[in-house]
Ligand binder design. Structure first.
Ligand code: TNX
Length: 512
């Protein structure tokens, strides 16, 4: 594959201005290959979306992808864009092609010519991603012409995630759905939900109702908190799924459990309920490793969550268990991993699991940084060599709660400041010594919310850095280039603005 989109832009006179980029050069994440050429297709009053000719369930899903795309294009273009069956005729054509094997499970081809735009993929997910590319080839507002050309595209990494901590501060599902839409348009395909922590328990559990009702009624700073009913959670998961975003729910254990220990006295070794906690310290709580009731508890909780979650993973945390002795930690994590397996899911955990006994197939999420001790990194590398896939979330690169610089009001700085360039300018395939690219499942940008409660702050911290995450996860290594990226990022500004996202106008980006 060649990449005409991402190379050589810096040599062009005036190349620092986003307006100098052509639509194919502006695509973000940069596609594996983009070749402009030939006449384009003008969107007009007569433009229709043709949902292909696949029958049965696949056909229905393609139709749904077509409807979703039409919905996304109608607002900006002001056109009616009806969705019709079949693929013969002018317009936007969605075509499922099982033989397009080279495109993989998420790849696609987009071909624009005078008669229309054809989107081809092996899967509906690929068609969805193709549609997101098409959105970027049209003007931010008003009808326009999709320039002639071909994009052939597929992701570098299978896992491209964002995490939201709804435990430190509570967010309603409407806010999270909005984040899903914002992420999915840049081909992020995983939403990790940090559902529980010392300050709050955010998901209803039938067998243990006080977790949400009592343990959810609070948050950092003393606000009211809240929790999601099972129906709300199901609705959110379905919403994400329709956009090909897989939800990974996290129940953090054996530490970060004060909200549970405040809700049920029996979860404490001393049998006494804890006070609810509204501060921001970490590492002070632990489940009672020696008590059988603890394992009934995690079996009930993870069982109900597994049943609610169509995705492959259950995240069991495992970080900062500073109040759990090492031997207890390892014993606890052994059992917790067995519970996940028994409920038919794959274990995902923070990389501290590497210091215990990760079960076969367990995935580790690395959240270290430049100053993480070499021995800790080596344990992760050893686990990777033993076959454990690794998700990279370096705190000093991808933590969206780190301040951009000294002037940033929300956020923390324990891992240092993370300007836009630092978040983007590194190679996940060669980041951790001893972890080969083949062991890297992907990348994820966590957003911890000790200091974040308002939607505006959430979006200010995530944008524009999360677009860098999207490109690191999707684009081929050869397309990663800060000089070209900062221009493409600047070109996204009008789209973000049109979507009401109050992004940080970082000084290292030529916003124009
Ligand atoms: C570390 S990252 C944590 C969280 C905090 C975060 C703040 C991780 C697995 N644990 O408990 O919220 O830092 O940046």
């Amino acid at each position: 594959v060649s990449c005409t989109a991402a190379h050589g832009d810096d040599a062009r006179p005036g190349g620092d201005r986003p307006a100098a980029l052509t639509p194919y050069e502006r695509l973000l994440p940069a596609p594996a290959s983009a070749r402009p050429g030939g006449p384009g297709y003008p969107f007009g009053a007569g433009t229709v979306i043709r949902a292909g000719r696949a029958g049965g369930a696949a056909g229905a899903e393609v139709r749904r992808v077509g409807e979703l795309l039409a919905g996304q294009l109608r607002g900006p273009s002001g056109l009616p864009l009806p969705v019709v069956d079949g693929e013969a005729g002018d317009g936007v054509r969605l075509r499922l092609d099982g033989r397009a094997a080279g495109l993989g499970p998420e790849g696609y081809r987009l071909e624009a010519s005078a008669s229309g735009v054809t989107l081809t993929a092996r899967t509906p997910a690929g068609l969805f991603h193709a549609g997101q590319t098409l959105r970027q080839l049209l003007p931010v507002s008003g009808p326009g012409t999709v320039p002639g050309g071909t994009v052939t595209d597929a992701p570098r990494f299978a896992y491209r995630g964002a995490m939201l901590d709804v435990a430190r501060h509570f967010f309603g599902i409407d806010q999270v759905k909005r984040y899903v839409d914002q992420l999915a348009q840049y081909k992020v395909n995983t939403l990790h939900l940090h559902l529980t922590d010392d300050q709050g328990w955010r998901i209803a559990v039938d067998g243990w109702p006080r977790l949400a009702e009592y343990g959810g009624a609070g948050e950092v700073g003393g606000g009211p908190g809240g929790y999601w009913t099972k129906d709300e959670y199901r609705e959110l998961v379905a919403y994400a799924r329709e956009r090909y975003v897989e939800v990974v729910p996290e129940i953090d254990m054996p530490g970060h459990v004060n909200a549970a220990q405040a809700s049920y006295a029996e979860l404490n070794c001393d049998g006494k309920a804890r006070e609810r906690y509204t501060g921001t310290k970490v590492g002070f709580s632990s489940l009672c490793v020696g008590k059988e009731r603890t394992y009934e508890f995690i079996d009930d909780v993870l069982g109900e969550l597994a049943e609610l979650t169509p995705g492959r993973y259950l995240h069991i945390g495992g970080d900062e268990a500073h109040s759990t002795p090492a031997a207890d930690y390892a014993a606890f994590m052994d059992r917790a991993q067995q519970v996940v397996a028994r409920h038919g899911k794959t274990v995902l955990a923070w990389h501290q699991l590497a210091t215990a006994r990760p079960a076969a197939g367990a995935v580790l999420q690395y959240w270290g940084h430049d100053k993480t001790p070499a021995a800790e990194k080596a344990a992760v590398a050893a686990a990777a060599r033993a076959g454990h896939p690794v998700i990279l979330s370096p705190a000093d690169r991808l933590y969206l709660d780190m301040k951009y610089d000294t002037a940033t009001k929300p956020g923390l700085a324990w891992a240092g400041y993370v300007p836009v360039r630092r978040a983007y300018d590194w190679n996940p395939g060669a980041y951790l010594e001893g972890v080969a690219e083949s062991a890297v499942l992907g990348v994820e940008a966590p957003l911890w919310t000790e200091t974040i409660s308002a939607r505006a702050d959430l979006e200010y911290m995530a944008f524009p850095r999360v677009l860098g995450l999207a490109e690191l996860g999707w684009s081929p290594a050869g397309a990663l280039d800060w000089t070209a990226y900062r221009q493409r990022l600047a070109a996204q500004a009008p789209r973000l603005t049109a979507q009401g996202i109050a992004f940080h106008r970082a000084p290292d980006v030529p916003w124009g």
